[in-house]
Design a protein around this ligand. Sequence first.
Ligand code: LER
Ligand code: MN
Length: 270
Amino acid sequence: MKTAVTLCRVPEMAAGPFVFHDELDVVFAKAAACGYDAVELFFGGPDEVPAETIRSLCEKFGLSVAAIGSGAGMVKHGLSLTDCSQDKRREAQDFILRMIDFGGQLGAPVILGSMQGKWGGEVSRERALELLSGAFTTIDKAAADAGVPFIYEPLNRYETNLFNRLLPAAEFLCGHGFAHIVLLADLFHMNIEEADIAQAIRDAGSKIGHVHWADSNRLAMGSGHTDSAAIAAALRDISYQGYISAEIFTNGDPEAAARQTLASIRKVGL
Ligand code: LER
Ligand code: MN
């Protein structure tokens, strides 16, 4: 299975669940030395680092870009696709579209996590889902044009109230015919929200396009109580071919966490 490790270069997200935070060339070297296939990148926006810089680092270290996170759109710029303000929603959609363009240059899909927003106040759940599907109509086409999928991530209840579980999110995407939008199965969020993580993976099946491999406590797999063998069996059952990516806290030792993650993936035969 293809493996990836997260690299965050957003100061406002320095306390987030990302493995590496150092300069790009240092992290690319570490990711390659650990044995990863790819990096998952978190930048403040689409114009922070030229795609050419990333491309040459990928070539130098034999790595790919697995995905590009958009969390800075919310954390740094306060943008969400379901904001009650139309101007803010437009700005959010523009941010995502520019990220898709940036990702497309690297053959990498963009992830929508916190920028999906929440319903509440002036915005009912029904209205928020209408806004989300409206944005997805444009995003689905932009992803197709860029030749990359777009990744939608259900989050746990403390981070969103739109979709917390995979199956309802899969039904939402399929029901609207968003053929280029896939789901992110983040095992940390799933540990909070799903009754049975392995079954949820089987139920969402081919709609899953990316995996965040984290234990129940969001540390490297093997540090908590998630049954990684059962999850690996489910991923095999759905013939999952995407990336397994380490989006975790590291307890101050990123390289050890990166190595433990990779060992945990190999241990279950992925
Ligand atoms: C993003 O991938 C994610 O899982 C969020 O919980 C980050 O805070
Ligand atoms: Mn995640």
